[in-house]
Design a protein around this ligand. Structure first.
Ligand SMILES: *[C@@H]1O[C@H](CO)[C@@H](O)[C@H](O)[C@H]1NC(C)=O
Ligand SMILES: *[C@@H]1O[C@H](CO)[C@@H](O)[C@H](O)[C@H]1NC(C)=O
Ligand SMILES: *[C@@H]1O[C@H](CO)[C@@H](O)[C@H](O)[C@H]1NC(C)=O
Ligand SMILES: *[C@@H]1O[C@H](CO)[C@@H](O)[C@H](O)[C@H]1NC(C)=O
Ligand SMILES: *[C@@H]1O[C@H](CO)[C@@H](O)[C@H](O)[C@H]1NC(C)=O
Ligand SMILES: *[C@@H]1O[C@H](CO)[C@@H](O)[C@H](O)[C@H]1NC(C)=O
Ligand SMILES: *[C@@H]1O[C@H](CO)[C@@H](O)[C@H](O)[C@H]1NC(C)=O
Ligand SMILES: *[C@@H]1O[C@H](CO)[C@@H](O)[C@H](O)[C@H]1NC(C)=O
Ligand SMILES: *[C@@H]1O[C@H](CO)[C@@H](O)[C@H](O)[C@H]1NC(C)=O
Length: 510
């Protein structure tokens, strides 16, 4: 017996004591709290080992002889005890398991110095910068979030292309219900420039000695150009369709609102219900210029649930959308036509001193002269007014003449050339309409003269104007309209015979 005790005294001398430890773990990971007693030589006799792990005076695990108790959520390996390894493993690290754990070991009823292990949780932050659409040169604010970290605090800093634009600042943040913290920092008063458009921005969060960086790029919103137009309709009682061309915007998401007198117009319902429970709808489709040029037929097919063959209707684009324009010209041809038109116009200007009203886009294909009045109009003697029409499709042109706003019809077969000087109301007098042409003047342009012969009467023509409307055959749209100057009457009246001299005054108005 004496001998045995002696052996153990010698053995214990060789034991080195482990120092106290600090163990950190991420949440939900396994963490081992070490408790090692290293000694040389023989393994320990397990039946003489007593181990007890406590935290805050409450027992976590005990081992004594063959008896073993361990709390749920912890584990150890008693087969390692003989090697002097009494480590305890925390199975799922969490904030509530933080604290100082004490490991007490005795061997053969002799207490060995205890080991204290401080266990704590370290949770790194998750860094996020909410996506934001920015306008160039407009004040912008970015937010950087560090969430789910423990323990506080964190340090935020901002940089562009690795150049710090806001130095680190400390933020403690706020704990959430789970005990982990969230902190936010703002980059304010920032005016994005064009150079920033492709630059790498970065929000850096330092936490417990490690850095967490999030790179991001600007998402720049491009403002559109907006044009408002109307689908032309003839009748003023018909519904009017407006359209808005919104161009060069980014990103794709955009919605359009309509206002009348500053009041927002509600979106019309896509479908209307009829009295008999059925529905009515109207859908629009805009063909691109390319699709429009492809011609052919267009078809509208209505798909309904359970219907295999949808109801559809189709139409020929040539009927729906007749094209007056000649086939598309190559650029070279356009240029030569343009040159020709210019030279014709110059010739006309030189020869007749005519002036043209400025033509708008739609009238480009026709050139219509002023109404040419005869230099002298004498009562009772035939006079002639005419317009000259120049263009590629004059063969399809028709003219309508008006005296003031009354349409003139050819009365040369019914009215007398020698009518009374004073006509009764509603009477139109003598008119003869002629058309000369089309004459192929040169190259592609043709030339048409529409003329009107009339017998001047003072009651009808004094102070009156002639009007000539030019349109295409079969179309209602008036392509051009010309109005003559008023007749200026310088008249002499002999006592007995009524002879009026109408003297034409060449007042040119533009
Ligand atoms: C923790 O240990 C247990 C038992 O050894 C194992 O099943 C589990 O996968 C471990 N968990 C992690 C996160 O390593
Ligand atoms: C404790 O023992 C284990 C296994 O023998 C070893 O992996 C660990 O490093 C030891 N720890 C210390 C602090 O000595
Ligand atoms: C361990 O100790 C027990 C009790 O003192 C004793 O009965 C046993 O023989 C010992 N085992 C060894 C291998 O020393
Ligand atoms: C330890 O125990 C004391 C008193 O029993 C208590 O106030 C304290 O909160 C406990 N600490 C931990 C980490 O459980
Ligand atoms: C027991 O010891 C072995 C070898 O040192 C080691 O691999 C194992 O992880 C230990 N078991 C525990 C529960 O610590
Ligand atoms: C371990 O902590 C306890 C109190 O929790 C203390 O009484 C003891 O002296 C500490 N031991 C060491 C080795 O620091
Ligand atoms: C941004 O990058 C794209 C492609 O990497 C490039 O086409 C564009 O010109 C760049 N813009 C600026 C403003 O640097
Ligand atoms: C913002 O831009 C980035 C790349 O610069 C892109 O990955 C991201 O999808 C954009 N955000 C949105 C909401 O489109
Ligand atoms: C809209 O404005 C016009 C002219 O300013 C006015 O005549 C009309 O009554 C207004 N309509 C409504 C609904 O306010």
């Amino acid at each position: 017996m004496r001998c045995k005790v002696l052996i153990f005294v010698v053995l214990l001398d060789l034991i080195k004591h482990a120092s106290s430890d600090e163990i950190q773990a991420n949440p939900n990971t396994n963490a081992t709290l070490p408790c090692n007693i290293t000694f040389q030589g023989n393994t320990l006799n397990v039946s003489l080992i007593r181990v007890r792990w406590t935290r805050n005076d409450s027992s976590i695990a005990t081992f004594g002889g063959a008896e073993e108790q361990i709390k749920e959520g912890f584990s150890w390996d008693p087969t390692n005890f003989t090697n002097g390894d009494f480590s305890l493993t925390i199975m799922r690290a969490s904030l509530s398991l933080q604290g100082v754990y004490e490991c007490k070991v005795s061997y053969n009823s002799e207490d060995l110095p205890s080991t204290n292990v401080t266990f704590s949780i370290v949770a790194p932050p998750t860094v996020s910068v909410p996506q934001k659409w920015v306008l160039l040169e407009k004040e912008t604010e970015f937010e950087c979030y560090a969430s789910g970290f423990y323990p506080p605090p964190v340090f935020f800093s901002w940089s562009i292309e690795e150049q710090v634009i806001k130095p680190p600042i400390q933020v403690d943040g706020e704990p959430g219900p789970d005990g982990f913290y969230t902190a936010v920092d703002k980059l304010t008063n920032f005016y994005p420039s064009k150079e920033n458009q492709n630059a790498t921005f970065s929000c850096k969060v330092s936490h417990s000695g490690s850095d967490h960086e999030l790179d991001f790029h600007l998402n720049v919103t491009n403002l559109p150009s907006v044009r408002l137009s109307v689908v032309q309709t003839r009748s003023s009682n018909a519904p009017l369709t407006l359209y808005c061309d919104v161009e060069s915007f980014y990103p794709e998401e955009a919605s359009v609102s309509w206002f009348q007198n500053g009041t927002m117009l509600p979106d019309p319902p896509v479908t209307n219900q009829n009295n008999d429970r059925t529905y009515t709808t109207r859908r629009y489709f805009t063909l691109s210029p390319e699709q429009r040029q492809q011609r052919g037929t267009v078809e509208c097919a209505v798909n309904q649930p359970g219907v295999v063959d949808p109801v559809s209707t189709s139409a020929d684009l040539d009927k729906l959308d007749p094209q007056d324009e000649a086939p598309v010209l190559t650029n070279a041809a356009k240029a030569s036509v343009a040159m020709m038109c210019i030279s014709i116009v110059l010739v006309f200007l030189l020869c007749f001193g005519f002036s043209w009203r400025r033509r708008d886009e739609k009238q480009k294909s026709l050139t219509v002269s002023r109404i040419i009045l005869p230099p002298r109009v004498i009562v009772g003697q035939k006079g002639r007014v005419s317009v000259s029409i120049e263009g590629r499709r004059v063969d399809r042109v028709q003219t309508t003449w008006f005296l003031n706003d009354t349409p003139i019809s050819d009365t040369s077969l019914t009215a007398s050339e020698k009518g009374p000087l004073l006509t009764s109301r509603g009477e139109m007098g003598y008119y003869k309409l002629h058309t000369q042409g089309p004459l192929h003047s040169s190259g592609k342009g043709s030339h048409l003269i529409s003329a009107l012969t009339f017998v001047p009467q003072i009651s009808l023509h004094k102070g009156a104007v002639f009007k000539c409307q030019v349109s295409y055959v079969g179309k209602d749209k008036i392509v051009e309209e010309r109005v003559s100057e008023r007749f200026t009457i310088l008249c002499k009246k002999s006592e007995y015979i009524n002879i009026f001299h109408f003297c034409y005054n060449l007042n040119v108005t533009i």
